[in-house]
Design a protein around this ligand. Structure first.
Ligand SMILES: [Zn+2]
Length: 138
């Protein structure tokens, strides 16, 4: 992705402030990767306080990516901790069962979430697998 320089501007900040930010980044608190990331976050919060911008909508607790016939990777934000924004969880599909590697279960919220992703339904129903019977009709 290329950055259009016209869309950016710079601002001069006191060194002491920058050092504080650098220390925050170094310490790993909030897992900031750059000064810009920290400053954008700080500004966004201030805008929210001043009600200048509507708060950014809360991200969904569960989000999927990497769908295949073998399984789905799910990001579970409810399992976030100080250093990560969530935990990656694999849900595996087998012809006769489905398994969440995190819960070691075939009946947890991750499995339920996985089976309700339209693309997953299509794959599983297309294969005629036993587990496709567990997909709820909508
Ligand atoms: Zn699970």
């Amino acid at each position: 992705m290329s950055i259009n320089e016209d869309e950016y501007t710079t601002v001069r900040l006191p060194k002491e402030l920058m050092e504080v930010i650098d220390n925050i980044i170094k310490s790993g608190v909030g897992s900031y990767k750059s000064r810009a990331e920290f400053i954008k976050e700080a500004l966004r919060r201030r805008f929210e306080e001043l009600k200048i911008l509507a708060p950014t909508p809360e991200l969904p607790q569960l989000e999927h990516f990497n769908i295949s016939e073998h399984g789905v990777r799910i990001l579970d934000r409810s399992l976030a901790n100080g250093t990560s924004k969530g935990r990656i969880i694999d849900v595996y599909f087998k012809p006769n069962k489905v398994l969440c590697e995190y819960c070691g279960s075939d009946n947890c919220r991750h499995v339920e979430f996985a089976l309700n992703i339209p693309k997953v339904r299509k794959i599983l129903i297309g294969k005629g697998w036993e587990i496709s019977k567990r997909i709820k009709e909508t």
